[in-house]
Write a protein that binds this ligand. Structure first.
Ligand code: GZL
Length: 320
């Protein structure tokens, strides 16, 4: 009989059941997944981490988890530690698009498959990862732009837009900007007058919006790359004596609980959905990889858009 992982698992299981082997030895046979998370910068990230941890537990996968505090060097360190521990699979959400080839080549040399979740890398060598699962950020930017074009169709302009960008160099920041500009460039009445990173956090979003408001009295629209920065900006807009979503139209992305609360309070006009609930899909991919199944190079998350008019109705059924 060929000794495969399956037959070994069966043998270990019967041995542990008969007490010949401690249960821990059998547990040793669990798939071990090393996950290097970006950080805990936003509501979205918190929901993403919860999805990964709860799905690993439900799938019986032994999860090793690290939080990089939004620093690439910490993610690289974590990936190297997973290689040293000889985990079965490595997964991570790259904080920025560049600078990963060296450590991914080390994982490849160690024959440890890698799954990209949420954000991708811009490496030319796509053999460095098995699959990339996550949203289409360019499409999210397009959805934001299309909503604004429709909202302003009877406004002859000029329409001055300020933009709170996500983390510099990150796939969502680069691609959401790309998609949004692709749509609004069709009409010269739209102009992005100021654009700066708020690093996806509420604190930085508020700080940058305060600076925008001090410098510019002609802001008509805020486009925020995530809800946390939009929520921080809403505080700055109110402290400046203006009415968010009325004096300044606010468009955001993620559709986290905080965004629904802001829309229900009439302070945010719309949020484009970006689902963090990637845990189940990731665990299924990990099991498929260990079972020797092939996976598509790209798995896209399906998602919608939520204007404030539907927020109260949709909120009770939201999962994050
Ligand atoms: C998007 C994700 C982004 C969210 C932010 O998939 O990478 O990072 O939009 C989060 O809220 O910080």
């Amino acid at each position: 009989m060929k000794l495969t992982r399956r037959t070994l698992t069966k043998a270990l299981a019967s041995a542990s059941l008969t007490g010949l082997l401690p249960a821990a030895a059998f547990a040793q046979n669990k798939i071990v997944l090393g996950f290097a998370q970006v950080g805990a910068e936003s509501e979205w990230r918190t929901a993403n981490t919860e999805s990964i941890k709860s799905s690993a537990a439900a799938a019986g996968i032994d999860l090793k988890f690290s939080d990089a505090q939004q620093k690439q060097e910490n993610q690289i360190k974590a990936i190297r530690s997973y290689i040293a521990q000889k985990v079965d699979v490595i997964a991570f959400s790259p904080v920025v698009e560049t600078g990963w080839d060296t450590v991914l080549l080390e994982a490849k040399a160690a024959k440890i498959p890698v799954v990209l979740t949420d954000r991708s890398v811009n490496s030319k060598d796509t053999s460095l990862y098995v699959t990339f699962m996550g949203s289409d950020f360019i499409e999210e930017g397009r959805k934001a732009g299309k909503w604004l074009v429709e909202k302003m169709k009877d406004n002859k302009g000029p329409i001055n837009i300020v933009e709170l960008q996500g983390t510099v160099g990150s796939a969502p920041a680069i691609d959401r900007k790309k998609g949004f500009e692709e749509i609004i460039k069709a009409d010269p009445k739209f102009k992005i007058t100021r654009s700066q990173t708020g690093d996806f956090t509420r604190a930085k979003g508020k700080e940058v919006m305060e600076a925008f408001l001090k410098a510019d009295k002609n802001i008509n629209v805020l486009f925020a790359h995530n809800d946390d920065m939009a929520i921080g900006a809403i505080q700055a807009i109110e402290e400046a004596g203006l009415k968010p979503a009325k004096d300044i139209t606010i468009i955001s992305i993620d559709a986290v609980k905080g965004a629904f609360e802001a829309m229900i309070a009439g302070k945010l006009n719309v949020s484009v959905e970006c689902s963090p609930l990637l845990g189940p899909q990731l665990m299924s991919a990990v099991k498929d990889i260990k079972a020797g199944k092939s996976l598509p190079k790209r798995i896209v998350t399906e998602e919608g858009i939520f204007p404030m008019e539907v927020a109260a109705k949709e909120f009770p059924s939201r999962k994050y």
